[in-house]
Write a new protein. Sequence first.
Length: 117
Amino acid sequence: MVNGAHFLLYSKDPDADRDFFKDVLQFRSVDAGRGWLIFALPPAELAIHPGSGDSPGAELYLMCDDLRAFIKVLEAKGVHCTEIAEERWGTRTAIRLPSGGELGLYQPAHPTAIGLK
């Protein structure tokens, strides 16, 4: 029986990105040994989208109840977001991680599976 999911984020600078998740996003973590942090994620859901050979295998978006308020919190910590885009499925932006990777943020305008038992 599946009891969870483990998301891998590949990074060119894992220490900087770990610090970002720990200090800026304030995600709780456990030390798996020698400073290798494993972060607790907020509740999650999975959507299967059609793709092509050019599509990434996976993308991570953190969901927000109030995206604009969260952007202000991030900006106060020196984190800049990409331009806000209004989509039919919600409002989205992204942040650049210290390693150069990108992390999506969005406020859904659709029903979510968060909280389903």
